[in-house]
Design a protein around this ligand. Structure first.
Ligand SMILES: [Fe+2]
Length: 129
């Protein structure tokens, strides 16, 4: 068995704004239209299919991305350059700081629809180096 997450729908208030912000922050190619979706593929071949909520309330979800140290610097740099709020914790109590769980770095910020995005340089549960 090799069960791999293949795609998930990212409900968005405005799929163009949401997908556009996502690829800008993460340094990915432009979103690709597919039916009602705007698809963004991350490096482990998971497709994030941004879709307009069409008037429905967007239920906030959490999406976490494992990145290299260099990618963390780039993405976090773009988060700060845009003046986006960021937090060290998912409860959003530690505004303006990052965490160092498992000997790495992690930070949370919101996408254009309020979904909580997270970038980490070490997976949860990693042994300390
Ligand atoms: Fe998380």
């Amino acid at each position: 068995m090799a069960i791999k997450l293949n795609h998930t729908i990212v409900h968005s208030n405005d799929k163009r704004a949401a997908a556009g912000l996502f690829v800008d922050l993460f340094g990915l190619p432009a979103p690709v239209p597919f039916g009602p979706f705007l698809d963004v593929v991350v490096d482990n071949d998971v497709t994030l299919a941004f879709m307009d909520a069409d008037g429905m309330d967007v239920q906030t979800q959490h999406y976490a991305f494992l990145v290299s140290d260099a990618e963390f610097d780039e993405i976090f740099g773009r988060v700060k350059a845009r003046g986006l709020a960021y937090w060290a914790d998912p409860g959003r109590t530690q505004k303006g700081s990052i965490n160092h769980h498992y000997g790495g770095r992690g930070v949370y910020f919101e996408d254009a629809s309020g979904h909580l995005l997270e970038i980490i340089t070490r997976p949860y549960g990693s042994e300390l180096p």
